[in-house]
Design a protein around this ligand. Structure first.
Ligand code: PHB
Length: 396
């Protein structure tokens, strides 16, 4: 699976047309997680990037080449991410930066993007305030508030009265907790307990036991997608919360598509809010899933991180094509503001011109069995949701 050899991946790929006299090479630095326990999540994002390039390199203007320089941040490690970004900027002279699965890494890179005036396209990290940390950031992924805030209102409306919240103790977890709590309590719900769980090497048993002992109607949980989501789900099952009649709800990270088949039947009935499900029947999504499975010779479904990489490349191709390969940082940011794509696998998307953050549909989903496979089945659409944290706090 891991075709990249070293902890510091130095692989470069060059796409585009053979050098002409007026050849213009755009250098894009990608900071992603290519090794360590979180590598499978990083691989999703990288696959999204590669699939988009493969499908669209023909769309680059004649003489324009794209060189992608990949760097491995090894997981949520801000010092490494910062060093990688520094090297990409000062040594490799990249004109664009992209990637960042994890919030701490995105935050470590933000001041460098500002100082060097290098546009930074965030393909995953989901803490709401990230985009306020640099005018050179645009986000194509999601914010935790986009999913967890409307989920709170939905839960209260659906007869859930008492909730226990359990989240990973870092940016997106804190956001998920705050967003859900506001949506839920504003609509009349009651939080009966909350806990922050460690991000690294967590053991979910004591936390799920405490949640069970509090006797809520539901546990609202966030852990980052990947193996942690499966570990949390299994612990929820093993400790008998489901049998005790306690529901599990959360942002779609907890039933992430790349892990869903590993979670087992305990995942059945879990309700999540999210911007992407591989099971969606939108034609653009079905084409994406098919192309992903063919390209990577797998029956596995792509997950939201792959879509983040894919749509991030769509945004990057847009700015490269519009500038004919001559990247001006301020012009690039102007081009990103208001950029729209109606063909994303997740439905229509737009970069909010005011906040540089993603605007997208959020879907209520329930985990069900479809053709013998677990699937996040969408049952309600909230159209074109802006980041509620920025709306509520008047943040730009
Ligand atoms: C983040 O660090 O911002 C992050 C990582 C994984 C997720 C969601 C958010 O599933």
């Amino acid at each position: 699976m891991r075709f990249w050899a070293s902890a510091v991946a130095t692989a470069c790929i060059t796409v585009g047309f053979a050098a002409a006299t007026s050849a213009q090479t755009v250098k894009l630095g990608v900071i992603d997680t290519y090794s360590g326990p979180f590598a499978a999540v990083g691989e999703q994002m990288d696959r999204g990037i590669r699939l988009y390039v493969k499908q669209h390199e023909k769309d680059l203007p004649p003489g324009v080449k794209l060189e992608i320089i990949r760097r491995d941040d090894t997981g949520p490690n801000p010092e490494i991410a910062k060093r990688m970004a520094q090297e990409l900027i000062t040594r490799d002279h990249v004109q664009l930066l992209a990637g960042a699965v994890y919030t701490p890494n995105a935050l470590a890179i933000a001041p460098l993007a500002t100082e060097a005036k290098v546009p930074f396209i965030i393909m995953n990290a989901g803490t709401a305030m990230i985009t306020t940390k640099s005018p050179y950031i645009a986000r194509v992924s999601f914010t935790m508030w986009q999913s967890s805030y409307p989920l709170g209102a939905w839960a209260a409306k659906s007869g859930v009265k008492k909730v226990y919240t359990a989240v990973s103790d870092y940016g997106p977890g804190i956001d998920a907790e705050a967003a859900f709590t506001k949506g839920f309590t504003d609509a009349g719900g009651q939080i009966v307990g909350s806990v922050h769980m460690p991000l690294v090497n967590p053991d979910y048993v004591p936390f799920m036991q405490r949640a069970k002992d509090a006797g809520p109607d539901a546990v609202f949980a966030f852990v980052p997608a990947g193996k942690d989501a499966t570990a949390l789900m299994k612990t929820f099952g093993d400790l008998g919360l489901k049998q005790a009649g306690i529901k599990l709800i959360g942002p779609g990270d907890i039933t992430t598509d790349e892990e869903l088949q590993n979670m087992g039947d305990v995942a059945l009935g879990v309700v999540t809010a999210f911007h992407y499900s591989a099971a969606s029947t939108r034609p653009a999504n079905q084409a994406f899933v098919k192309a992903y499975q063919a390209e990577f010779n797998t029956k596995d479904d792509p997950a939201f991180e792959a879509v983040g990489g894919y749509d991030g490349m769509a945004a990057i191709f847009h700015v490269i094509i519009a500038q004919n390969g001559k990247i001006d940082p301020d012009k690039t940011m102007e081009l990103l503001k208001g950029w729209k794509d109606d063909a994303s696998p997740r439905g229509p998307i737009m970069i909010d011109p005011e906040t540089r953050d993603i605007v997208q549909n959020e879907y209520m989903r329930k985990t069900e069995k479809v053709d013998g496979k677990l699937a996040n089945v969408e049952f309600e659409t909230m159209p074109m949701v802006k980041d509620p944290w920025k709306e509520i706090n008047h943040q730009k």
